[in-house]
Design a protein around this ligand. Structure first.
Ligand code: BG6
Length: 506
């Protein structure tokens, strides 16, 4: 197995938040679960000057904080695999020194030249670092593989994504590039494929004959926290929809792949991106909606408005909430609207896909004549991960009144099952060379193309309103109007999978 072979893992941006919170804890988990080979080394790289020991101390501290472990012996053993090299990102000498350091470690610890470079730096370095690595010969695969993992965002818009693509493909091959979308690393996102394709009962109904509409929600209760500077140049559409949520839509909508080969799965995903109906300028006005959170009082405490957050322009028009209605123009989905919404500072943190089935062709029962009892299949990505089916049942007693009841499965009911973190899974796959759960260039470009008319109109057309919504509420009330059927609204999910409603206990 390829992952049994030794390798060096180079993390650019090694003193940053992502490395501390996610990357090092994920590598540590793989290590303690015996998923890494005996011979490997991790080199942290960033501008700051640290010795190996100083860096190890920082990462020990991070592991204490972000990993549920206090096994000091294991932490000690792991941190001895950590090394550090300071580097000036646009200086070729620095890369030659890095090459020398790698050579020394390879000889000293009997490690092959297999190398993974993880770019966890500001995005404006995503073109620079690979170019300098190539100039120093660090992309050469004669004696071992060389791979680059690139964090999101891949570009800021269509034009910059195309430019970055060209820069990368000058010195690297597509198969060496692993574009990370941590949503694809989530166990529950992958389970979308299994729910659909391992059960005989769902797939026959999974089309426009039976499905009325599909809803994808990703709400967060937190605001922009310390990331105001980044977020103010991004906004909800770029931050969440262009990548994570369109990938979730693709897995929900794709055709069954011919096999589980990465290319087979990714081809089907890409076909969904190709079938997204482009937004016309009228669609942008009627089928998209943006909002920004305003100050409010939550649990008797003042919650800041977005424009008061650190790093945010006081006149900012960046959206912290986005909702879209769109279509996938293909045989399976013709005429079925997809509704996607995401926002910061909403009442609770929930990500889920809701399949709303069509009503029965004839309403036999008295209180059955609206869609409050239509069947829904809720696939909960987080938290209280699980699957919920809502169906109508007779209210006991005289007559034939119908009520909606739940059938639910919660991952927490599976005993002794540890759900690996998204980063753990993706880092492991990148070491194995499995590209299934990484986004391909064409997908990313297609996603930018799809959203370009919305981004342009939101930027340039002052007639498209930016609605305020008080922090802690479900976004602009106007978002309900996107769903045209007056008997239907968005589902208002609660923390617990089985509950919903605007006023549910959060
Ligand atoms: C990141 C976004 O990609 O995803 C953040 O930049 C967002 O703004 C985060 O908070 C959400 O991820 P998760 O895994 O907490 O749903």
């Amino acid at each position: 197995m390829e992952h049994n072979k030794s390798f060096i893992y180079v993390i650019f941006g090694a003193s940053g938040d992502l490395a501390k919170r996610k990357l090092i804890p994920a590598l540590y988990s793989l290590y303690v679960n015996n998923l890494l080979p005996n011979n490997f080394a991790i080199i942290g790289v960033s501008r700051t000057n640290y010795t190996d020991n100083e860096y190890r101390n920082k990462m020990r501290e991070a592991l204490g904080k972000f990993n549920e472990t206090n096994n000091t012996a294991e932490i000690e053993a792991f941190t001895h695999k950590l090394f550090y090299k300071s580097l000036i990102y646009d200086n070729s000498k620095s890369y030659n020194q890095l090459a020398l350091r790698m050579g020394i470690l390879q000889r000293e610890y009997n490690i092959s030249t297999n190398t993974l470079y993880y770019l966890s730096t500001p995005p404006d370095l995503y073109g620079t670092i690979p170019q300098y690595l190539a100039t120093a010969g660090l992309n050469d695969q004669t004696t071992g593989w060389k791979r680059i993992i690139i964090e999101k965002p891949f570009g800021y818009d269509l034009e910059s994504a195309l430019k970055l693509k060209d820069e990368l493909l000058k010195d690297w091959k597509e198969e060496q590039l692993y574009r990370i979308d941590h949503y694809l690393g989530k166990e529950t996102v992958q389970n979308l494929l299994v729910t659909r394709f391992s059960n005989g009962i769902f797939e026959p109904l999974w089309n426009n004959n039976f499905i009325h509409h599909v809803e994808v929600t990703s709400s967060e209760s937190i605001g922009v926290e310390q990331r105001g500077g980044y977020y103010d140049n991004s906004g909800a559409l770029r931050d969440m929809v262009q990548n994570h949520l369109l990938q979730v839509v693709a897995l929900t909508a794709m055709e069954p792949p011919a096999s589980l080969e990465p290319s087979s799965i990714r081809n089907e995903i890409y076909k969904v991106f190709q079938s997204l109906r482009p937004f016309s300028s009228d669609d942008v006005k009627t089928n998209t909606l943006r909002g920004q959170y305003t100050a409010s009082t939550l649990k008797k405490e003042k919650a800041l408005g977005y424009r008061e957050e650190e790093g945010v322009n006081m006149q900012s028009t960046t959206e912290t909430y986005a909702a879209l209605k769109f279509y996938i123009d293909n045989w399976r989905w013709g005429g079925v609207p997809f509704y996607v919404r995401t926002g910061k500072r909403l009442p609770t943190r929930v990500t889920e896909v809701v399949i709303h089935f069509k009503p029965t062709p004839h309403f036999l029962f008295s209180n059955h004549a609206n869609c409050s009892s239509c069947n829904q299949l809720v696939i909960r990505i987080q938290p209280d991960e699980g699957v919920l089916l809502k169906f109508g049942m007779k209210i006991p007693g005289s007559g034939f009144d119908v009520q909606n009841v739940n059938m639910d499965f919660h991952y927490s009911d599976l005993t002794n099952q540890r759900i690996p973190s998204a980063y753990e899974r993706l880092i492991f796959d990148s070491i194995k060379g499995d590209t299934t759960l990484f986004a391909r260039t064409e997908e990313i470009i297609a996603a930018w193309k799809f959203l370009s008319p919305v981004l342009d109109a939101w930027k340039n057309n002052p007639d498209i309103p930016l609605y305020g919504y008080p922090a802690g509420t479900w976004g602009p009330e106007k978002a309900d109007d996107l769903i045209e059927n007056k008997d239907m609204t968005w589902r208002y999910p609660c923390k617990n999978l089985s509950d919903d409603g605007i006023y549910c206990e959060l």
